[in-house]
Design a protein around this ligand. Structure first.
Ligand code: NAG
Ligand code: NAG
Ligand code: NAG
Ligand code: NAG
Ligand code: NAG
Length: 655
């Protein structure tokens, strides 16, 4: 070999070596940065042992290919200032340091180096100074929450207008002033905008091209004086309560009502200073203890709604007694281990479902409050929403919107009298999946449902699915690990097999339960039917070489012999992916949503179509839903059943 050849070879080798060395240093950088973070923020998490943050044991740290991709440390008692080192996690996807009130000082501009960041959540910390413009250079950001810090007053940041991927913006109590530029609402992915409790002023103008995906604009408690409505009023929720535009007496606009329901009882209103003092106290207490974040709540002094509870109403026992006709048996629509569920009518005419705890199942006041706080933050069209609660005279009641067409279970079993065709079943799967994806990926804090099953999927007036019953839910990344193992949650037949081994519930446990639900939709059978486990039965019967995967005999009679089941194989494939033994092999719910949308598209249906529009809905309305005359849909008794609910026998079935 002459020298002319040797040199390039050497360069090549050297390059390889350099490349290896560099990729090695990259992850070393992460280790170094994380260790410096650990020291500077006084992180004291017992599982952070050993020198490798990617070993899998470091709670709150997720790695991929030896790079840190997620730092998720909410409510962990972090103290001090975030150093510019934070900018060195160049593969970081998620940064969540919320509810660490002793995290103070300015946010370092280096946060703008995290080019792969999709989720940034810094709620309820003590950050001050200016919000760095560099956040605007995070092109992938999908979720941004900077609520409740101590930032300097600033105009609505112009850089927000460039965030093309943003779906959720939450900057409550963020000292924002001036007018929101109309162009902001035309960000194509935008869904949730919560900018309440700021000093935003001028005119609310959505502009002509606002995002079609918008679900909520909550601007309560600002200084907005006007609202330019386009020719057609928007179909999503806008809240302008406690803005000058709503001060005039007699304002009846729906956007002047508080989120969910108006506070009809002036006695429930607190004097402004009282609310302020309460809030200050609450802020101070917010992150005191990770074991009991609500440790200082004194239910006896709970007349004033806390800021977190603003969206829901506190009902008096008297009010609920009245609207259920003294909890009359005629209004009793379900019962079980927890207590009874009553249907009621508010003076406004709104129908509600009241879950009334019986003595034995009452929680501590703090747990009850925690549950309400969690539920009150959940807003999605495919999730049943909390209207209010009652905590008085020894009673604990949760008040939900009433969902009129009963449970999916009653429909699958034929009990409710409603019959679904194949397309409608796919639609319902899409609705339930969207609700669940929202809980996992967009609720704040994210929520694992833990008890997904057909009796927890309710059907609204348009027969769209709503996910119900969060009695067993927990925020994702719960540090109170002691409570995780104390009781088995969920329902036999739907339980993630991994749960038995790890005793840990994850989002993927819900994905598994959802897979079981999909099989129910296909087969019309219970998950455990005459001793046979539906997942096993289907898994063992699938023969991909055959038409309909050879599952013809297992398909629900109600759909088997009708028109062709288009998209059937894809639907089965998706269900089986959700039912993978290992959680890591199951898709996240947002992928499940996308996949079901693809199935609907492939069979010529528009997933986004509103069923109330006759032009797009005929295929659903006319052929897909039928009613058996001998049953009344309203008689469905298991409205809010959860795992512990026993179905009440219905003595007076109307004929
Ligand atoms: C808002 O900003 C001003 C100065 O810009 C500051 O004095 C004030 O404390 C801030 N308010 C809050 C609630 O952080
Ligand atoms: C951001 O949007 C682009 C273009 O629509 C897309 O390719 C990319 O996947 C999005 N990123 C995220 C994290 O959603
Ligand atoms: C809005 O507030 C800003 C100060 O933040 C002020 O300069 C401006 O005049 C106000 N605009 C209106 C319409 O009140
Ligand atoms: C809205 O969209 C239309 C059509 O794409 C475009 O002509 C118009 O300039 C847009 N308006 C604004 C304010 O962006
Ligand atoms: C569902 O509920 C609505 C409202 O109560 C009712 O009008 C509708 O007929 C019900 N649909 C079916 C198929 O029962």
């Amino acid at each position: 070999m002459d020298n002319k050849l040797k040199l390039p070879l050497l360069v090549l080798l050297l390059n390889c070596f350099l490349f290896l060395a560099l990729s090695q240093t990259a992850s070393n950088d992460d280790v170094e940065a994380l260790n410096s973070l650990k020291d500077s923020l006084q992180i004291n998490i017992p599982s952070w042992v050993g020198s490798d943050p990617c070993s899998g044991s470091w709670e709150g740290i997720t790695c991929k290919n030896s790079r840190v991709v997620s730092i998720s440390l909410p409510n962990t008692g972090l103290k001090g200032q975030l150093s510019q080192n934070i900018g060195s996690f160049s593969e970081l996807d998620t940064l969540d340091l919320s509810y660490n009130k002793d995290l103070t000082g300015p946010l370092p501009a280096e946060i703008g180096n995290l080019k792969k960041l999709t989720k940034l959540s810094l709620v309820g910390c003590g950050f001050n100074g200016q919000i760095p413009d560099e956040i605007g250079s995070l092109p992938q950001l999908v979720f941004l929450d900077l609520s409740s810090n101590a930032f300097d007053s600033t105009d609505f940041p112009q850089w927000l207008l460039t965030m093309k991927n943003l779906t959720t913006l939450r900057m409550q109590e963020a000292n924002l002033s001036g007018q929101i530029p109309a162009g902001f609402f035309s960000l194509p992915s935008l869904q949730y905008v919560v900018l309440s409790e700021n000093q935003l002023n001028g005119t609310l103008n959505l502009g002509p091209n606002y995002s079609k995906k918008l679900q909520l604009i909550d601007l309560h408690s600002n200084s907005i004086g006007d609202f330019t409505q386009q020719n057609q009023p928007p179909s999503f929720t806008i809240v302008l309560e406690s803005n000058p535009i709503c001060y005039e007496t007699g304002t009846t606009e729906s956007f002047c009502k508080p989120l969910q329901i108006s506070d009809e009882n002036p006695q429930n209103k607190c004097p402004a200073s009282g609310v302020y003092a309460f809030r200050q106290k609450l802020r101070a207490e917010r992150a005191i203890s990770r074991n009991n974040p609500f440790g200082n709540w004194d239910p006896s002094k709970s007349n004033c709604g806390t800021p977190e509870l603003k969206a829901v109403k506190q009902f008096s026992f008297k009010e609920l007694k009245k609207c259920t006709n003294n909890f009359s048996p005629a209004n009793d629509v379900g019962s079980g281990g927890y207590g009874k569920v009553y249907k009621g009518t508010l003076p406004s005419g709104q129908l509600i479902a009241i879950k009334r705890a019986q003595k034995e199942s009452k929680q501590g006041g703090l747990e009850f409050k925690a549950e309400i706080e969690l539920l009150s933050r959940v807003h999605h069209k495919n999730v049943v929403s909390l209207v209010g609660f009652c905590f008085e005279e020894g009673e604990q009641m949760l008040v939900y919107e009433f969902v009129p067409n009963g449970t999916l279970k009653d429909t699958i079993t034929g009990k409710s009298g409603i019959r679904f065709g194949w397309h409608r079943r796919i639609k319902v799967a899409l609705g339930a999946a969207s609700g669940l994806a929202y809980l996992h990926e967009h609720a704040d804090p994210p929520i694992i449902h833990r008890d997904i099953k057909s009796n927890n999927i309710l059907l609204d007036e348009k027969l769209d699915a709503k996910v119900a019953d969060f009695g067993l839910s927990k925020p994702i990344l719960d540090y109170d690990k002691d409570h995780v193992t104390t009781q088995v949650k969920g329902t036999m037949g739907y339980l993630d097999p991994e749960y038995y081994i790890s005793q840990q519930v994850t989002e993927k446990s819900d994905v598994y339960s959802f897979g079981v639900l999909m099989l129910e939709l296909i087969t019309g059978r219970k998950p455990i039917d005459r001793g046979k486990y539906i997942v096993k039965v289907v898994r063992n019967s699938i023969d991909k070489t055959k038409d309909m995967y050879g599952l013809h005999e297992l398909i629900d009679r109600a759909i088997r012999d009708g028109s062709a089941l288009n998209g059937f194989e894809k639907f089965v494939d998706l269900a089986m992916m959700c039912l993978e033994e290992s959680g890591a092999d199951r898709p996240p719910m947002s992928d499940v949503v996308k996949e079901i949308e693809i199935i609907l598209h492939s069979i010529g249906l528009d997933p986004a179509a509103d069923q109330s529009e006759p032009s797009t809905s005929s295929s659903f309305q006319h052929n897909e839903v039928s009613l058996e005359s001998s049953h009344q849909p309203y008689s469905s008794e298991s409205l809010y059943s959860s795992s512990e609910y026993i179905q009440k026998h219905h003595e007076h079935e109307p004929r």
